[in-house]
Write a protein that binds this ligand. Structure first.
Ligand code: M6R
Length: 613
C-alpha cells in the first residue's frame, strides 16, 4: 500500500526521498509525489505511474531543500491521478501532508470544513488532514504539533502521516495510528519511513512509533508525544537487517532471488530450533510448557498466502497433537462470533506484520482473553508488537510482492511448532520427534534439487503459459499447496488459475476440463492413502482430454503414462512435501509470468502489505 519517506537534515532532500521511495516500490503504488521546503514556498511535484516519471519531472524542474516528504500512492479513494496523488495541502499551500491509511470519517469532516470555506481539489480522504490542521491553527492551536494532535483527535480510521509546514523550515512532523511508520535516527539528520528497508542504507538506528504518537523531527533530535500532549520517551533500537538484503544480488528479479534463498533460510530455522534436551529447541514463548499442556483449541488467522500456510499448519498440528485446530481468513474471522475462550491459542500468521485484517483479528482475540502467538517475518512490526509471543521466521526482507521465502519459512515454523507442542503435551514421543526432525532436515536439500532443475520447469511453463486458465489439484497436505500454486500463478502471470481439493473436482470444476486446460496435479504423497485417490482424479482428467502436468516424486512409474508433462521432485516425508512442491510451483508461475511479459516483482494492482481493510 502507500509508502512514506521523509527527511530533515543538511543534505538535499529529494534524492534521499526518491531513493527511499524506490525501496518502497514493492509495496505497490500507482502514483507518486514529493514536497520539499524552499524559502518562498513548499515545492510539490506529483506524477501518475512509476517513480521514473517523478524522477524525470524532478530532473526537469529540480527542487532544492533539506526538508521534505515523499509518497507512493495505492489508490483507495479516488482514481490514480495527479490531483489525487500526495502530498496534499491546505488552502494556503503552506501545509503539506502525505498519508498511508484511510480516514473513515472524511466525508463528515470535509463537509464541515467546506462549510467553513475550505476549498478541496481531490477526491481523497487524505485532503481533510491539512485542512483540519489549518483550521486548528486558525482557532489558536499553540504550535504546529498541537494543531496536528487536535486534528488527529477528530480523525477516525488509520493513518501514518508526514507533515511539512512552510513556517517550520527545520522540522518534519509525523504521526501514526494503525498504519506503519518508523523514525530513522541519524547524525544531524532524521528520517521517517513506512518500513526499515526504505532507509536501511541511510541509518542504523530506528524508533518504532506506537499508535497515537506524534513526532517532531529536527536535525538534532526527535521528540514524541501522545495525542493528549503527554511526552513519550523515544526507544531507539538498532537496525537488524543489512543493506545488501534489499538488493537483487545479481538475480534478474527480487522474486527469483527470494526463491533461491529458501534452502538457506530453512536451514537457518532448523539450526535455530534443532534438537535439544529431548525436544525441539524453542523458547516456550513466555507462555510456559504448562500452558501448552492445558490448551484445548487453536485458531489460526491470516490472509492470502499466509492463510494457505495456516491451512497447512492446521493439518500438521492436528497430525502431531490432539488439539482441535481451525484456520480462518482474518477478513472473515473478524466478523464472526467464533465462540472462543481464553483456553484457545490464536495464531496469527503474517509476513509483513502490518496486514489490517490480521491485526484486527489479533485485537479481537485479545479482547476475549486469548493469548496470541504470531508467526511473523518483520521485527518491530505491529503484529509482532501486539502479540503475546512471536515466532520470527527470519527470512529477511521480502521485496517481491509474491510471497515465496516467507511462505516456506512459515511452513517450517508450523512444522517446528507442531513438533514442539506435540512434545510439550507428550503426544509425540522422543523417538518420533527425532525421526520427524531428521526428515525435516532433508527438505532444504530437496529444494536445492528443485532449483537446480529449474530449466525443466521453465520448459513446462513455456509450453502452457498462453492459455486463459489453469487448474491446480491437490489433496490433504498438498491441498493448501494447490491453492498457493494457483495464487502465485494468477498474481504474477495474470493467468486465471483455480486451486481445488482434488476430491471436489466432481462437484463442479470437472466441467471446466477440455483438451486445452492445463491441470496441475500434485501427486507426491506416495505413502499416503490419498495417493491412489489422486491417481483416480488424474485419470478422470485424462478421460476428458485435460492436459495433465504432474508434480511427482522422482521415479514414480505411474506418472509417465498418465501425464503430458511431469515436474519431478525428490522424495521427502509426505507431511513435509508441501515445502518442496511449492518451490516448483513458484518457479512454474515465475516462468509463466516471464513468458507473458508481466512486471514480476510489482504485479499490477497488488500491494505487498495490505494495511487497509
Ligand atoms: O504480510 P502478510 O503475510 O500478512 O500478507 C498477507 C497477504 O497479503 C499476502 O500473503 C499476499 O497474499 C501475497 N501477495 C501472496 O503472494
Amino acid at each position: 500500500m502507500c509508502g512514506i519517506v521523509g527527511y530533515v537534515g543538511s543534505r538535499a532532500a529529494t534524492p534521499l526521498l526518491l531513493g527511499g521511495l524506490k525501496r518502497l516500490e514493492y509495496r505497490g503504488y500507482d502514483s507518486a509525489g514529493v514536497a520539499a521546503w524552499q524559502p518562498e514556498t513548499l515545492a510539490i511535484r506529483k506524477c501518475v505511474g512509476r517513480l521514473s516519471a517523478l524522477e524525470q519531472s524532478l530532473e526537469q524542474q529540480p527542487v532544492a531543500g533539506t526538508l521534505g516528504v515523499g509518497h507512493t500512492r495505492w489508490a483507495t479513494h479516488g482514481e490514480p491521478s495527479e490531483v489525487n496523488s500526495h502530498p496534499h495541502t491546505d488552502c494556503s499551500g503552506r501545509i503539506a501532508v502525505v498519508h498511508n491509511g484511510i480516514i473513515e470519517n472524511y466525508q463528515e469532516l470535509r463537509a464541515e470544513l467546506e462549510r467553513q470555506g475550505h476549498k478541496f481539489c481531490s477526491q481523497t480522504d487524505t485532503e481533510v488532514i491539512p485542512h483540519l490542521i489549518e483550521a486548528e491553527l486558525k482557532v489558536g492551536a499553540a504550535s504546529p504539533e498541537e494543531a496536528i494532535r487536535r486534528a488527529l483527535r477528530r480523525a477516525k480510521g488509520a493513518y501514518a502521516l508526514g507533515v511539512l509546514f512552510h513556517d517550520q523550515p527545520r522540522t518534519l512532523y509525523a504521526a501514526r495510528c494503525g498504519s506503519p511508520l518508523i523514525v530513522g535516527v541519524g547524525q544531524g539528520e532524521q528520517f521517517i519511513a513506512s518500513d526499515v528497508p526504505a532507509i536501511v542504507d541511510q541509518v542504523r538506528r530506528v524508533i518504532y512509533l506506537n499508535d497515537g504518537e506524534v513526532v517532531a523531527l529536527r536535525p538534532e533530535g526527535v521528540s514524541i508525544s501522545k495525542l493528549d500532549g503527554t511526552a513519550v520517551e523515544a526507544k531507539i533500537q538498532p537496525v537488524t537487517i543489512a543493506a545488501e538484503s534489499v538488493e537483487k544480488a545479481g538475480f534478474e528479479t527480487f522474486m527469483l532471488k527470494e526463491i533461491h534463498e529458501q534452502p538457506r533460510i530453512l536451514r537457518h530455522l532448523l539450526a535455530q530450533h534443532g534438537w535439544q534436551n529431548g525436544s525441539v529447541a524453542m523458547p516456550d514463548f513466555g507462555l510456559g510448557a504448562p500452558y501448552f499442556r492445558k490448551l484445548n483449541r487453536m485458531m489460526v488467522v491470516a490472509c492470502g498466502s499466509a492463510y494457505h500456510t495456516g491451512m497447512y499448519g492446521k493439518l500438521l498440528l492436528e497430525n502431531f497433537t490432539s488439539l482441535a485446530v481451525e484456520t480462518d481468513l482474518a477478513s472473515e474471522f473478524r466478523y464472526r462470533d467464533p465462540k472462543i475462550d481464553p483456553g484457545t491459542l490464536v495464531v496469527a500468521v503474517s509476513q509483513s506484520g502490518e496486514t489490517a485484517d490480521t491485526l484486527a483479528s489479533i485485537r479481537m482475540a485479545k479482547s476475549w482473553g486469548c493469548k496470541v502467538l504470531s508467526i511473523c517475518n518483520v521485527p518491530g512490526s505491529t503484529v509482532a508488537r501486539e502479540s503475546d509471543a512471536v515466532f520470527f521466521t527470519e527470512a529477511g526482507p521480502e521485496i517481491g510482492v509474491a510471497a515465496t521465502k516467507s511462505f516456506t519459512a512459515q511452513q517450517m515454523a508450523f512444522a517446528l511448532l507442531a513438533l514442539f507442542i506435540g512434545r510439550a503435551r507428550n503426544e509425540v514421543n522422543e523417538a518420533q520427534a527425532q525421526e520427524l526432525l531428521s526428515d525435516l532436515q532433508r527438505v532444504p536439500d530437496a529444494i536445492v534439487y528443485v532449483l537446480e532443475r529449474r530449466e525443466a520447469v521453465r520448459k513446462v511453463a513455456d509450453k502452457h503459459h498462453d492459455g486463459p486458465s489453469s487448474l491446480y489439484l491437490g489433496r490433504r497436505f498438498n491441498y493448501p499447496t494447490a491453492l498457493e500454486g494457483a495464487l502465485k500463478n494468477k498474481e504474477i502471470s495474470y493467468q486465471h488459475a483455480e486451486g481445488y481439493a482434488a476430491g471436489e473436482m466432481k462437484h463442479g470444476p470437472i466441467a471446466l476440463i477440455n483438451e486445452y486446460l492445463p491441470v496441475i496435479c500434485l501427486c507426491t504423497q506416495t505413502r499416503d492413502e490419498v495417493y491412489a485417490k489422486m491417481i483416480s482424479n488424474m485419470k478422470e482428467v485424462e478421460a476428458r482430454h485435460g492436459r495433465i502436468i504432474a508434480l511427482a516424486t522422482d521415479g514414480d512409474a505411474a506418472m509417465p503414462g498418465l501425464a503430458e508433462d511431469i515436474i519431478w521432485v525428490p522424495a521427502v516425508r509426505d507431511e513435509f512435501s508441501p515445502l518442496v512442491n511449492v518451490v516448483a510451483l513458484q518457479l512454474l508461475a515465475y516462468y509463466a509470468a516471464q513468458a507473458r511479459g508481466t512486471d514480476i516483482d510489482k504485479p499490477r494492482n497488488l500491494a505487498k502489505s495490505v494495511t487497509v481493510e
